[in-house]
Design a protein around this ligand. Structure first.
Ligand SMILES: C[S@@+](CC[C@H](N)C(=O)[O-])C[C@H]1O[C@@H](n2cnc3c(N)ncnc32)[C@H](O)[C@@H]1O
Length: 286
């Protein structure tokens, strides 16, 4: 079954419902948002932007696409897809939002896996990112995914409209996540563990911090609880110098590294890395 288009959006200026009118979404106060030729809609008003080109740049998104298409993180995408499949097993209709979707690799893998498991599933998938380059790339991966340029701080979707929300290596805003999820909904978070990319970090930093994933306790209210938590650790294939370059461009490591660290990183080639992540599901108790 093809992915479904979004039917309900909120105007970022007044929170009124937006109605689709041909190639435009419009609210009752006549604020209009055109659908771009790539099929996404930009709902990030200029006054909410902190820069002209917020979020990951075009170069970072291209690097992320190149790196993830190498298959280096496929075990993570599969684990995430399995987690979502379990949460969705009772559903014949499902709305899923990837909040900070990047170039769409994880959301696309999850959608394919959901539909492979249940071809009859009525699936609405939305990729939201503050970077227009990210949303464009997500649409180019899978044109059935609805694309929204918007911030996690103000998600332009109605209350209680989503079943599952993904936040992979992202910037969670739990009050918004909880608002848009239906009763009984789930937030699936992926965060780096203490050993994530340790071999790379050892090369580029003088001092390494082995920090556990951030605690979620402060962000979630009493109606929500962590319903599952698992660690996933695997070795990537040996990465070429080119893939190291893409990995550094797509992460903040390049900007944080010292000059000597960057020089050492530029010489990396044919080295496998440890990927160490934590997958947590935060569920609403009905
Ligand atoms: C580290 S990347 C992760 C991307 C993707 N989830 C993945 O794992 O491949 C973080 C993403 O969050 C986006 N981002 C940053 N601030 C955001 C915000 N306030 N709301 C939504 N997306 C944001 C960036 O543009 C970037 O695409």
């Amino acid at each position: 079954m093809p992915l479904r288009p979004l039917e309900h959006l909120l105007c970022p200026l007044d929170q009124y419902p937006l109605h689709r009118d041909g190639k435009t979404w419009r609210c009752s106060k006549n604020h209009c948002y055109d659908i771009a030729k790539q099929g996404y809609v930009n709902l990030l008003p200029v006054q909410n932007k902190k820069s002209l080109d917020p979020g990951d740049s075009q170069i970072m998104i291209a690097a992320r696409r190149h790196f993830l298409d190498s298959g280096a993180y496929d075990p993570l995408a599969s684990a995430l897809a399995n987690t979502v499949n379990e949460l969705a097993s009772e559903h014949d209709e499902l709305a899923i939002l990837d909040a900070g979707c990047g170039e769409g690799y994880y959301l696309n893998t999850v959608c394919n896996s959901l539909l492979n498991t249940n071809a009859e599933l009525a699936l609405t998938a939305t990729g939201l990112d503050i970077s227009k380059w990210a949303v464009r790339a997500t649409r180019s991966r899978n044109s059935g995914i609805n694309g929204l340029v918007a911030s996690n701080r103000q998600i332009p979707l109605p209350d209680n409209s989503q079943d599952i929300l993904l936040c992979t290596f992202g910037f969670p805003v739990f009050s918004e996540f909880q608002r848009v999820l239906k009763p009984g909904g789930h937030i699936v978070m992926v965060d780096p563990g203490a050993e994530h990319l340790i071999e790379l970090r050892q090369q580029i930093y003088e001092e390494i911090r082995r920090s556990p994933p951030a605690s979620l306790a402060a962000g979630i209210n009493t109606e929500w609880h962590i319903s599952s938590e698992s660690s996933l650790s695997f070795s990537t294939p040996e990465l070429s110098a080119e893939l190291f370059e893409q990995l550094l461009i797509m992460t903040p490591h390049l900007y944080r590294a010292s000059k000597a660290g960057r020089e050492r990183a530029a010489k990396l080639d044919q080295l496998a890395l440890t990927a160490d992540v934590c997958i947590r599901v935060i569920s609403h108790q009905v």
